[in-house]
Write a protein that binds this ligand. Structure first.
Ligand SMILES: Nc1nc2c(ncn2[C@@H]2O[C@H](COP(=O)(O)OP(=O)(O)O)[C@@H](O)[C@H]2O)c(=O)[nH]1
Ligand SMILES: [Mg+2]
Length: 229
């Protein structure tokens, strides 16, 4: 397999973080880096352009909608990537750990590799208690219902493009990450968790840092697990 790798980064008001995320990516391994700006009211778009990314705009407010926008753009290219990597725009993930996510796909033919914060080094305060508990609950339910062991629903992940297309992703908001994992489990794809580091974000959290975001995300994640069983 050739290894053209592209990156999709959904971003909503991350002007102080996105430049650092882009700066730490291993660009020599990548063909295209796409930042999907989701109605940011700050300078996210300008900072992403300065950092060398292709910037797309998604008007429907949602994490999944933004990821889908990035995927569709990459699929329309003359030479679409073989692998697509997703990560967050808040500098919580460590972009220089990207090669560890690629290795299982390149060497061992895995379809989907999840960067697991549960297996890796988590900076104190980088995840809230509901987030840690929610990930444990969600991964336990997935193990029980689908028989596949995941340790996290983390945002930093790599997937073979051909497998991603087979998943037919459709969640437009918070169910995005778990939808990918349960569909991969259901289809019997080869999936693997690898440890990744996680640190306190730059700027303010829009999801886990708010009660509304936590409740909406938790509800969406649990209902998504049951939806595809
Ligand atoms: N596209 C898009 N991205 C979002 C939205 N809300 C948050 N994000 C991005 O999703 C990532 C995770 O959001 P964050 O606020 O850090 O949530 P947390 O990690 O759960 O605390 C960050 O890169 C955000 O910029 C949204 O409505 N649309
Ligand atoms: Mg975050």
């Amino acid at each position: 397999m050739e290894n053209r790798v592209s990156v999709v980064i959904p971003a909503f008001n991350e002007e102080n973080a996105i430049g650092q995320v882009l700066g730490d990516l291993p660009w020599d391994l990548l063909s295209q880096v796409v930042v999907v700006d989701n109605n940011s009211s700050d300078k996210t778009q300008e900072e992403a352009q300065k950092g060398g990314a292709i910037v797309l705009k998604e008007h429907f407010q949602g994490y999944g909608a933004s990821c889908l926008k990035g995927i569709n753009y990459l699929l329309e290219q003359e030479l679409p990537p073989d692998i697509i990597v997703f990560l967050d725009a808040d500098y919580s993930d460590h972009p220089n750990e990207l090669p560890a996510l690629l290795a299982p796909i390149l060497q061992d033919k895995f379809d989907l590799v999840i960067g697991s914060r549960a297996l890796g080094n988590r900076e104190k305060g980088s995840m809230t208690f509901p987030q840690v508990f929610g990930n444990w609950l969600a991964t336990s339910l997935i193990r029980f219902i689908y028989g596949v062991r995941y340790t996290d629903l983390g945002p930093f992940r790599a997937v073979k493009t051909s497998s991603l297309v087979k998943l037919g992703m459709c969640d437009l908001t918070y169910g995005w990450t778990v939808e990918m994992q349960v569909k991969a489990a259901k289809l019997g794809m080869l999936v693997k968790d690898v440890p990744v580091s996680y640190r306190q974000r730059i700027g303010v959290s829009k999801i886990s840092g708010t009660i509304k975001g936590t409740l909406l995300a938790g509800y969406k994640i649990i209902t998504t697990i049951f939806k595809y069983r």
